[in-house]
Design a protein around this ligand. Structure first.
Ligand code: DC
Length: 233
């Protein structure tokens, strides 16, 4: 069967990456996490001290340094999963830290940062057979994607899930802090000038607030059966 591009967009902490990874496995496609690249650029800005005291990035300097930011994904030999590399260094763990999470939305608003990330994504998606997740994959990066899914869930449920994840990893945060960060990111992501988060007209809506991962996969298998007459295990 012809290889396709599957675009998964949606709000923060809706489980896009878990869902996208599971789909990629079912279809034997490559999973690409576009948010990881925005996180890697944010980590670079933190390491270079490119934030004002009010938490906003120093846009002009960061923009000038973009050509020094080399982004890549490489397969981890042990898990077989893609790890994010920043200038040759595996930063997969570091980019998920609360300090990066707190600063990534304002960095992703910068149009030149978006161009830099999009250039990489388009190059990697050209080969097709990819499942890519993010905020603007189906609307801007790959508007021609053959299958688009838009994920959402109530902010409180997303905050619960993220908090549980953080506690599992031994990270400290309160429910209110996590909820506040989620609300802020929703606001910044959906109101920015360039390619804001929105559902593409041809994207299928998946509200997973009260769905398990298995139920989401069943939903996906039904879609694939209806759309392409493919029966997945
Ligand atoms: O999916 P995530 O939480 O790892 O994304 C991190 C940030 O990157 C998020 O606040 C919004 C931004 N982002 C974006 O603007 N466009 C994308 N395609 C993916 C992520």
């Amino acid at each position: 069967m012809k290889k396709l591009i599957v675009a998964i967009d949606g709000h923060s902490s809706t489980g896009k990456s878990t869902f996208a990874k599971a789909i990629a496995k079912e279809l034997d496609y490559t999973y690409l996490d576009s948010g990881a690249l925005y996180r890697a650029v944010t980590l670079y800005a933190l390491e270079q001290g490119l934030f004002h005291e009010n938490g906003e990035p120093v846009t002009e300097q960061l923009t000038k340094k973009l050509s020094h930011i080399k982004l890549a994904f490489h397969k981890d030999p042990q898990t077989g999963e893609n790890h994010t590399f920043l200038n040759g260094v595996d930063v997969e763990q570091e980019i998920r830290s609360p300090r990066v999470t707190a600063k990534v939305s304002p960095v992703s608003v910068i149009p030149q940062v978006r161009e830099h990330v999009d250039k990489h994504l388009r190059q990697w998606g050209e080969a097709k057979g990819v499942v890519m997740d993010g905020r603007d994959i189906g609307t801007a990066v790959f508007p021609q994607a053959e299958l688009k899914i838009f994920m959402t869930a109530p902010a409180e449920i997303r905050a619960q899930r993220r908090l549980a994840e953080w506690h599992e990893k031994g990270k400290n945060a309160t429910f209110d802090e996590v909820l506040e960060n989620i609300r802020q990111r929703d606001h910044i992501d959906s109101t920015r000038a360039v390619n804001p988060l929105k559902q593409a007209p041809d994207a299928l809506l998946l509200d997973n607030g009260s769905m398990t991962v298995e139920e989401q996969m069943d939903w996906f298998k039904k879609i694939v059966k209806e759309k392409w007459d493919i029966t997945l295990k």
